[in-house]
Design a protein around this ligand. Structure first.
Ligand code: NAD
Length: 358
């Protein structure tokens, strides 16, 4: 199969491969769309088994960023970069400086930030060679850790879904959280403060015990979280939690959480719909993190300080977008994930055609 035939290519505007012999950098920068603005999405460093695997990951992630940014109502397109290598053994400042030069060569059509395997220190090295880097510490435009903002967006989304599916507020609602790391931990605190009863799990016992004692949560093993007798299931760990094996065990009426790629495949989305479970599409409800990063890009572009009020207004808007998805899905009797994809595509193509007409 050639690059253009790959289902993940889906009209990418540009796919750029860079190598730097001296530092050992091998990276791919995928720009899916700049119809709404410069493409934005993090950089992942991962020991891919092959360059083909790295390319496939970059294409999938970059298209997903176009959809996420459009649904978060940001003036940003979608892009992503991947560095081929082991972040535990192959990182050097020179490698990230070379990565910075690669971003600069894309000419401002792509902004990078943190993703798996990449830290603020790495980004500081890249920043020496290009200004198109968000997620740095210690300057007035800096946005800081996005996790609390992601958690706030997910919290508001859960509130909305519970109101719609269960016709009640969060007091006494039983919520299972899979993964209480950065986002899941903040989410647990917010839900506890709102009166929800929590069942939590994590593969890290230290994190699990800390969050449980702060939120009076019941602890279950990672394998048992799918069987918990709860109203809401909030996947906040890794992708693929909702699949044809786990779905028959889930007793919740609402699935709404922070994790990316919660549905293992399209069949899981259709199965959810047939079971009458209300699913908040992951890339809509977890848009708070990219909104926070967008706040930093905006501040850097304007030479201003980071503005939390702008971020908060965007979070309000995100809840309205989630409501739009749920309304349309109800009206058309279709799975929410399919409706979200359709709205995202039309927001992107609508922007592209209005630019073309101008
Ligand atoms: P994190 O690594 O801090 O937390 C994930 C937690 O899940 C960890 O505590 C880990 O031990 C636990 N975990 C891993 N496998 C598990 C399993 N099988 N069962 C139970 N627990 C398990 O990551 P995070 O930043 O909190 O992100 C969580 C999810 O949300 C990820 O999918 C991430 O891509 C997504 N997300 C995060 C942000 C953000 O702002 N951090 C934004 C958007 C989406």
């Amino acid at each position: 199969m050639t690059l253009f035939d790959s289902p993940s290519f889906e009209d990418h505007e540009g796919v750029h491969a860079f190598s730097d012999e001296k530092s050992g950098l091998k990276c791919i920068i995928a720009v899916h769309s700049t119809a709404r603005g410069p493409a934005a999405g993090g950089c992942r460093m991962w020991p891919y088994a092959s360059a083909d695997d790295a390319l496939e990951d970059a294409l999938k992630l970059s298209r997903a960023m176009s959809y996420k940014n459009a649904m978060a109502d940001l003036a940003l397109g979608g892009g992503k970069s991947v560095i081929l290598g082991d972040s535990r053994t192959q990182k050097t400042p020179a490698l990230f400086e070379a990565f910075g030069r690669a971003i600069e060569a894309v000419g401002g059509r792509y902004w990078t930030a943190e993703d798996v395997g990449v830290s603020p220190e790495d980004l500081a090295s890249a920043r020496k060679q290009t200004r198109y880097v968000a997620g740095l510490d210690g300057h007035p435009a800096a946005s800081g850790d996005p996790s609390p903002v992601t958690a706030e967006g997910v919290f508001r989304g859960i509130q909305l879904c519970v109101r719609r599916a269960l016709k009640r507020d969060l007091g006494g609602v039983r919520v299972a959280i899979q993964g209480v790391g950065h986002v899941g931990g903040y989410l647990a605190e917010k839900l506890h403060a709102a009166g929800a009863k929590l069942v939590i799990t994590d593969v890290n016992p230290e994190t699990l015990n800390r969050v449980a004692s702060a939120t009076k949560a019941t602890i279950v093993s990672p394998g048992a979280i799918f069987d918990a007798d709860v109203d809401v299931f909030a996947p906040c760990a890794l992708g693929g939690a909702i699949n044809l094996d786990t779905l028959p065990r889930i007793r919740a009426r609402v699935i709404a959480g922070a994790a990316n790629n919660q549905l293992a495949d399209a069949a899981a989305g259709r199965d959810l719909f047939q079971r009458g479970i209300l699913y908040a599409p992951d890339y809509v409800i977890n848009g708070g993190g990219i909104i926070n990063v967008a706040g930093e890009i905006r501040a850097l572009d304007r030479g201003e300080a980071f503005d939390p009020a702008w971020v908060d207004a965007k979070l309000d808007h995100l809840a309205l977008t989630l409501e739009e998805v749920l309304d349309q899905a109800l009206h058309e009797r279709r799975p929410t994930n399919e409706v979200a994809n359709q709205i995202a595509r039309s927001r992107i193509s609508g922007e592209a055609s209005s630019k073309a007409a101008a």
